[in-house]
Design a binder for this molecule. Sequence first.
Ligand code: COD
Ligand code: ATP
Length: 294
Amino acid sequence: MHVFGLTGGIACGKTFVASILKEHGVHVIDTDTIAKACTDPGHPVLDRIRRTFGAKYISADGTLDRRELGGLIFDDETARGKLNSIIHPFVYKEVWRQLFQCYSGRQDFPTPIESDNPLHRPTRSPIVAIDIPLLYETGAEKSPLLREWPVVVVGAQRTQQISRLMARNNLTEAEAESRVSSQMDIEDKIAQADIVIDNSGTPAETCAQVLDLVRHFEASMYAARDDHREARRAMPLKERMMPRELLNDIGGRTMSGLCRLGYTRAKVLAACGAGCVLAVGAVLVGGKVKRRRR
Ligand SMILES: CC(C)(COP(=O)(O)OP(=O)(O)OC[C@H]1O[C@@H](n2cnc3c(N)ncnc32)[C@H](O)[C@@H]1O)[C@@H](O)C(=O)NCCC(=O)NCCS
Ligand SMILES: Nc1ncnc2c1ncn2[C@@H]1O[C@H](COP(=O)(O)OP(=O)(O)OP(=O)(O)O)[C@@H](O)[C@H]1O
């Protein structure tokens, strides 16, 4: 499986690019969708928002008043930091859960967020994009989630960000300016990117770049798999087996990682079985080690 981070400035076109990726079979884990699910009525996050910012940010029907809260946090760095510290830990945990679901392919992996959203279903897609608008702002590129994987930045000009945001969200120029300024400058994101999709042109031009990107990932994934198979075929049979101590070590470390995320040992084992925990661990330590065949 090949994973990559997808980011860009506000209104640069991440959602547009993600929709093309999905059409080409890429599974997208969307953190905006997860963050929205976290603020559904009944979720502990909504209650913390009410206690932190006040009841005026909750509508009469009990849902989050997104426009009102957006008006506060995009203009106020301290409030933004508070909101991020309430929501982001839930988002991070749910991204990991969905990624484990992708690795294991199991529908019944324990789910903190129950949802009918198709994005929350497991996938057998070999390529997974994690769409994180605040990827660089939160240092996710250096976190265990993404440090082994490339980051793709969707870029556009700042003036286009403002005009697209005003049109899409029905905002004034000042409101759009404040939202764009609340994030790292798009030029800085482009400078840090591993790969850039330039969405300053026509949608058709962007589609062509995205198609090239999918082909690039497919080619590098299959080349790596073929190299790996060839190298293994050249090894004596005994060396192809993974030592039992290494298997135990990987299994133990993966299990403690999952337990730190809040899953109980029994839940993890019931959900995917010991063999799968080992396989996930093996993939995470570099994909060099394969599950032993019975
Ligand atoms: C402030 C909220 C209620 C405004 O809701 P609204 O429907 O207007 O915007 P939406 O959620 O669709 O986000 C649109 C875009 O705004 C930008 N954005 C959202 N939150 C933030 C933030 N805390 N800081 C900077 N930019 C942000 C992102 O580029 C995002 O793609 C909402 O964005 C929110 O809950 N944000 C905090 C959670 C968060 O950080 N989400 C980003 C992904 S984890
Ligand atoms: N190449 C393009 N030409 C013209 N309009 C575009 C182009 N790409 C995207 N748009 C429009 O710009 C707006 C922003 O795009 P999109 O919603 O994909 O951005 P985003 O990066 O996901 O935004 P956000 O950070 O707010 O989630 C949308 O209304 C979209 O239809």
